[in-house]
Design a protein around this ligand. Structure first.
Ligand code: CMC
Length: 418
């Protein structure tokens, strides 16, 4: 695997940003911004479509334009100029750090990377190869909680400490899961490497070059937060009961795993492999439309335009196309993208989402397919943490209602007479 120098990657990002802003400048202005007066009146669709859960300053998804921001900074700029560590700081603490704050935060993350050896021992005791890595990750996070007394008193300060530890340790857990699954010994974190470089080092056993480190860092930045998505909401629901940060993150991991959410990145690569060659793209697509199947990696509840993360990740795959296998899948992906955008884009505003190209980037970096949604979680922990902490400051239990459509006052019939 050889990738471009970081400066060439920056050029790609600058071009993508320019194109995105030019193309979407005239799209309608965003909704759901500014002050809220509770109670809010909204037309709520199935699956809580359009429901408003809370006020936030963490981040915003502009679905009409296809823009995404964290703490006011758009992701085009963050992926070009920031790092996962700096972005995570902003998500947790509300603003970009000063140089000194970032130095201290980086040191704290690096110092917290190690996980207890007992957790590795336990991971070797259950059938980890037959267990989805997201389940192993949630087992790992639950086990971490057993070694940590911090959340016995649930305060914003204590939860903040846990969020920082988890940002550091989820990468270590994830890499350990990947290595044990493939029969290799986990690798101890290296505190002198950046978060992205250390993650790749713990996964692959060798220190990455600057280009690969940069690509992984961009992936982590791009997945760190995304509005009130299903896993973020689930995480916040758990924490709103005043449970604890570890339990809340376990909820988030379980929710992210599903193929309609973070698990789609795995399904996309299986789908491209199933299509197999360029000539089969159109027949495969027609057959899937006929069967009313969803094309994985397309569509979004909020974006009715091109997902900005797909805009960035697409050209990043191009960097790896010296590898014939990646080139083959990338060509298939691009042709499928053209077909879907031309048809479903026009008819239903269905465009590629973050998961359409992310899997190809990870595959190109030598990561196994079942690990893709784990990488999503290794990044999303920052957004989960930031939003949970924000909500905890003025917590109110989440408790919606369902419309009951069953019978009332049914007569109880003894079992022998039913
Ligand atoms: N392929 C074909 N048709 C689609 C797709 C798709 N990927 N997505 C939505 N549609 C159609 C759907 O069939 C329905 O058509 P109709 O109105 O004729 O019945 C219409 O669009 C609305 O679909 P929906 O499922 O009600 O939309 P939603 O807002 O509930 O779903 C979604 C959003 C992401 C679950 C859905 O687009 C989907 O299942 N996509 C495929 C899975 C995927 O790529 N998920 C990753 C999401 S982005 C990353 C993340 O946040 O985790």
């Amino acid at each position: 695997m050889s990738v471009l120098a970081p400066t060439q990657i920056d050029d790609i990002l600058a071009q993508v940003k320019k194109k995105a802003f030019e193309e979407t400048a005239n799209e309608p202005e965003p909704k759901l911004t500014g002050e809220v007066k509770w109670p809010v009146t909204a037309e709520i669709g199935r699956g809580l479509e359009n429901a408003v859960t809370n006020e936030t300053k963490v981040g915003y998804v502009n679905g009409a334009k296809g823009w995404l921001n964290y703490r006011g900074y758009d992701v085009f700029n963050l992926s070009q100029f920031s790092t996962f560590e700096e972005t995570s700081y902003a998500l947790l603490f509300g603003a970009m750090p000063t140089a000194q704050q970032l130095k201290e935060f980086n040191e704290k993350l690096a110092a917290n990377r190690k996980i207890p050896a007992k957790i590795i021992e336990i991971m070797k005791m259950y059938p980890i190869t037959e267990t989805h890595p997201m389940i192993s990750l949630s087992i790992g996070v639950s086990l971490l909680s057993t070694f940590d007394r911090t959340t016995e008193t649930l305060t914003v300060e204590a939860e903040t400490e846990v969020a920082i530890k988890l940002i550091a340790q989820m990468a270590t857990l994830a890499a350990a899961v990947a290595r044990i699954r493939s029969g290799k010994e986990p690798i101890e974190p290296d505190k002198d490497l950046s978060h992205a470089a250390n993650f790749l080092y713990m996964l692959n056993g060798k220190k990455p070059d600057k280009g690969a480190e940069r690509v992984m860092d961009i992936c982590l930045v791009l997945h760190a937060d995304h509005g009130m998505n299903a896993s973020t909401f689930a995480t916040m629901v758990t924490n709103s009961t005043l449970s604890d940060m570890y339990s809340s993150i376990v909820t988030g991991i379980g929710t992210l795993k599903g193929p309609l959410h973070g698990g789609a990145n795995e399904q996309v690569v299986y789908q491209l492999e199933e299509i197999g060659n360029l000539d089969n793209v159109e027949p495969w697509y027609r057959a899937s439309r006929e069967a009313k199947k969803k094309v994985m990696g397309f569509g979004h509840r909020v974006y009715k335009s091109y997902d900005p993360r797909a805009r960035i990740l697409g050209p990043l795959v191009d960097i790896f196309t010296a590898d014939p296998e990646i080139k083959r899948l990338y060509d298939i992906a691009n042709k499928l993208n053209e077909l879907v955008c031309a048809e479903l884009g026009k008819e239903k505003k269905i465009f590629p989402n973050v998961d359409f190209y992310s899997g190809l980037v990870y595959k190109a970096m030598g990561i196994e397919i079942p690990m893709f949604s784990v990488i999503f979680a290794v990044s999303r922990i920052s957004g989960w943490g930031g939003r949970v902490l924000e909500y905890l400051k003025d917590n109110r239990l989440f408790r919606p209602r369902a419309v009951y459509t069953g019978p009332m006052l049914a007569e109880y019939v003894p079992i022998e007479k039913r």
